[in-house]
Ligand binder design. Sequence first.
Ligand code: NAP
Length: 309
Amino acid sequence: MEKMTRLGKSDLVVNPVGLGTNAVGGHNIYPNLDEEAGKDVVRTAIEQGVNFLDTAFIYGPERSEELVGQVVKEYMRDDIVLATKGAHQFEAEDVVINNSPSFLKKAVEDSLRRLGTDYIDLFYIHFPDDVTSKDEAVGALKELRDEGKIRTIGVSNFSVQQLKEANKDGYVDVVQGEYNLFKREAENEMLPYTAEKGITFVPYFPFASGLLAGKYDENTTFDDFRAKNPLFQGEEFKLNLAKVNQLRPIAEEKGVDVPHIVLAWYLNQPSIDAVIPGAKRTQQVVDNLKTLDVDLSDKEISNIDDLFS
Ligand code: NAP
């Protein structure tokens, strides 16, 4: 069942179905989750052949990295492709974004310590700041790559213009940005650029925070950030649920469920080599791996495209 794939021009080889660990620890946008349950999610992923783990300093902050690192220590480090992100700086009461070379170098050292490892497979600049030139920021990561502290360079939440500046010397391997069937702006300029340059694009919020996993109905309520997310409000929520429901017949015909069709559709888009769905329960991790069994025909791909256009 396992179909491995390479990230960009790098030598990182991953299972296309990875794991987003934003919820692990329950300290970030998804509250009230047990730390041990979070570690079990990560453990289950690794046991089931998921080797691409996505975390960040700000998830917690710090705690998702620490918990992921604790689980990774139970396995062979080289079997796992560990991605993390940094750029958030705590200043008194405020959090600011800092892409300065000195700050990014410190951020990598701090992530290494929290993860309990001596190399990070993929380090992303989590958000762009307004002042640092992006090639200078990536230049700092190139130095860390030459030192063996990170293996590949990523940027996240960059505009196409910022990405072009960041990639002036061709050092960017992976871009992470918001993209899902409800948020498709990346198709305009981002995906054509990453495809042309051989850069992998990793979409975040692939399930639009669960909406595209196909299990909610009009009566579902939320006690976290989704309570205010426009996709989950009133008439728009109902319309979105109706669109998701139109995926059911396609899923049923293939003997899978809606989330697998959704993830498989992304994996058919240019430069999307891997996905990192979040999960709160071990069962969701196991379930999402069924994506690897889905082959979508060109007609099915374009039908889904039309449903959400
Ligand atoms: P997501 O992947 O869009 O949605 C995750 C939610 O989908 C889960 O909490 C669960 O919802 C539901 N789900 C997952 N698998 C399911 C299944 N098989 N069946 C039914 N429901 C399922 O949202 P996310 O976790 O927030 O985002 C994914 C990852 O992207 C994050 O973990 C993080 O690593 C990354 N990310 C990056 C950035 C960035 O700035 N670079 C920003 C946000 C996220 P329930 O709550 O209903 O259980």
